[in-house]
Design a protein. Structure first.
Length: 49
């Protein structure tokens, strides 16, 4: 049986990993996820657009 992972739990597992964020309006960011809040506001380090 497959286990279920909640969205915030998945993001929490990605802390200190490189992530690729795709925004509305064709903007994209790549950086290291340092933290986030309950609204999924993210703090990224070493970001490129």
């Amino acid at each position: 049986m497959a286990s279920t992972i909640l969205p915030l739990e998945l993001i929490d597992r990605c802390i200190n990993s490189r992530i690729w964020v795709i925004m509305k309006g064709d903007r994209e960011f790549v950086g290291t996820l340092m933290g986030f809040d309950d609204y999924v506001n993210m703090v990224l380090k070493d970001v490129t657009e």
